[in-house]
Design a protein around this ligand. Structure first.
Ligand SMILES: [Zn+2]
Ligand SMILES: [Zn+2]
Ligand SMILES: [Zn+2]
Length: 281
């Protein structure tokens, strides 16, 4: 294992998972038949000099935490140093209630998020009582400001994304030698964000869809993610190093033998895989 601090990719699927909840498409059926094709919901683990932290806590939290604690050589019952939340959509917070009385219980785990997100969590069940009962402790992050997490420096960067219940951030995570940007969910690759991509050694970027027309649903227009087919050329022109994550089950690049996967790799980019390790020291 590398020297801390480092990051571990613990999940690379869009919120609904892969196989996707309620889906019998060919890709999902194949992932049921061959579990090695399955992907856990997007999540990034951080191993610091003092323990382990999570970026987002989705429905696959139990196995993701177990794997991360193993990396950090910490007992699985010792709480995370922090849980950093990008935003309040299901795949990013559904694991939080498992830290309550009916689950892990009593950890006092710091939840780092923006003021908007924390206010929404603290005002609504089943999250509110996790804070009242001391299972979670709110820690407000200010947009664009650095906060230290052991030997890492964390900076939340605002990104455009459907804000029905709170705002959305990407995290810039800086180690002693290398830095990454974790941006699993966004509606649009803005010039500001492209600037941040160029300023880090590696960016893990929203790769929900390969093409815009992929989602054949009545509400497809209300789910505006940048398509990899469009993003990859902009990113390549900017000279940024990118791995795509948060993949929807409809994304053909999920299949390692697809021509879409080859197109991504031909530009020097990658589809992130569960278990990938990124050195920061
Ligand atoms: Zn998501
Ligand atoms: Zn499917
Ligand atoms: Zn989202």
């Amino acid at each position: 294992m590398p020297t801390p601090p480092y990051a571990v990719v613990l999940g690379t699927a869009q919120d609904g998972g892969f196989p996707h909840v309620g889906c019998g498409c060919d890709a999902c059926s194949r992932a049921v038949a061959e579990p090695s094709r399955a992907r856990r919901v997007a999540c990034l683990g951080l191993v610091t000099s003092k323990g382990a932290a999570l970026v987002d806590a989705g429905p696959d939290l139990p196995s993701q935490w177990r794997e991360l604690a193993g990396h950090a050589r910490q007992a699985v019952h010792e709480p995370p140093r922090a849980i950093l939340v990008t935003h309040l959509h299901a795949g990013h917070i559904l694991g939080l209630p498992l830290l309550g009385r009916e689950g892990w219980g009593g950890t006092g785990t710091p939840v780092w998020a923006t003021e908007d997100c924390l206010a929404a969590l603290e005002a609504n069940e089943p999250f509110a009582r996790l804070f009242h009962e001391g299972h979670l402790a709110a820690r407000v992050l200010h947009l664009g400001w650095d906060t230290s997490l052991d030997d890492l420096v964390i900076q939340p960067i605002p990104v455009p994304h459907r804000a029905e219940i709170g705002d959305t951030v990407a995290y810039r995570i800086e180690g002693p030698e290398r830095s990454i940007l974790y941006a699993p969910d966004l509606d649009l690759l803005t010039p500001e964000l492209l600037g941040h991509l160029k300023s880090v050694d590696l960016a893990l970027l929203d790769g929900t869809f390969f093409r815009k027309r992929e989602l054949r649903r009545d509400d497809a227009n209300s789910v505006p993610h940048p398509a990899i087919a469009d993003t990859m050329s902009a990113v390549a022109r900017a000279g940024a190093r990118v791995w795509f994550t948060h993949l929807n089950h409809t994304n053909p690049a999920i299949d390692p033998n697809s021509r879409e996967r080859r197109a991504v790799e031909a530009l020097g980019m990658r589809i992130a895989e569960d278990g990938d390790v990124i050195e920061l020291a």
